[in-house]
Design a protein around this ligand. Structure first.
Ligand SMILES: [Ca+2]
Ligand SMILES: [Ca+2]
Length: 267
């Protein structure tokens, strides 16, 4: 798997290389077919926090390559397996996702918020199969989902498209010069700051579980099963970078301190 930033860099490099050797007919490198991207609800990728207990709310998106732009209903989200994690150390905080508000406040593994036996979700539905909430990187805060190293169930973070019914795209966007159809997979994934100090940071991002059949969708009506570990056809976005800054009251005190120091110096 590779980071989207690296993908963008690679695309730029390829574009330059293509300009240089274009007449020689060098093959263009394909854009990733699937991109997973965690964003803030306003679509941005970074935020500052200043106190314990502060909640950062994010969304998870599934983007799939649309090479026949303008052809409707040729792309679809089918399933994704993996985890939403905060990076190891720095600002610590538990991740929580409570679709439908029916989960309560579970500790450890929890079952699906909707009936997991439902085999054919409606056209606009996504089901979350046996989500797990656990500390995947042993840094003391809770992450969501599973990695390949886990032997427990709940491989799919989210699934749709059973019975030939797919969650419809909410629109398209251009990434690295290619058009993607965008699907909102998880809305309202919360990171609650548990500890941190000015200068600390963490990044909340998606990690594909790895293995065949872990990321699935249709691109231009062709079924794609992508293994994040063994292909360049999969990428994750920048995630949400969270940085800890002094709270305004502290800044004000620092300001007063500076004024006092200046006054002392002038005496
Ligand atoms: Ca963490
Ligand atoms: Ca953790």
């Amino acid at each position: 798997m590779k980071r989207l930033a690296a993908v963008r860099g690679a695309c730029l490099g390829i574009a330059v290389a293509a300009l240089i050797v274009g007449l020689v007919g060098a093959p263009a490198q394909a854009s990733p077919i699937i991109i997973m991207d965690v964003r803030l609800q306003d679509g941005s990728h970074s935020i500052q926090v200043d106190h314990v207990g502060q909640v950062v709310t994010t969304n998870l998106y599934f983007l799939i390559l649309d090479t026949k732009s303008g052809t409707a209903n040729y792309e679809a989200f089918t399933a994704t397996a993996g985890a939403i994690m905060s990076s190891k150390g720095g600002i610590l905080g538990d991740l929580m996702f409570d679709p439908g508000g029916t989960i309560g406040d579970p500790v450890g593994a929890w079952g699906p918020p909707v009936d997991d036996s439902v085999s054919s979700p409606g056209y606009d539905e996504v089901i979350y199969k046996a989500l797990y909430r656990q500390d995947l990187d042993a840094d003391g805060d809770l992450d969501l989902g599973t990695l390949k190293t886990d032997t427990n169930g709940g491989h799919y973070f989210a699934a749709a498209g059973l019975g030939m019914k797919y969650k419809p795209s909410e629109g398209s966007e251009m990434i690295g010069g290619s058009k993607y159809q965008r699907y909102l997979i998880a809305e309202g994934v919360e990171f609650t700051v548990a500890s941190g100090k000015p200068g600390d940071s963490t990044t909340v991002n998606y990690v594909g579980r790895g293995g065949n059949n872990s990321q699935k969708g249709y691109s231009d009506a062709v079924y794609k099963s992508i293994d994040p570990e063994s292909t360049s056809q999969y990428a994750v976005g920048d995630g949400v970078a969270i940085s800890y800054v002094p709270e305004p009251a502290t800044l004000a005190l620092l300001g007063l301190g500076a004024v006092a120091a200046l006054a002392r110096r002038r005496r």
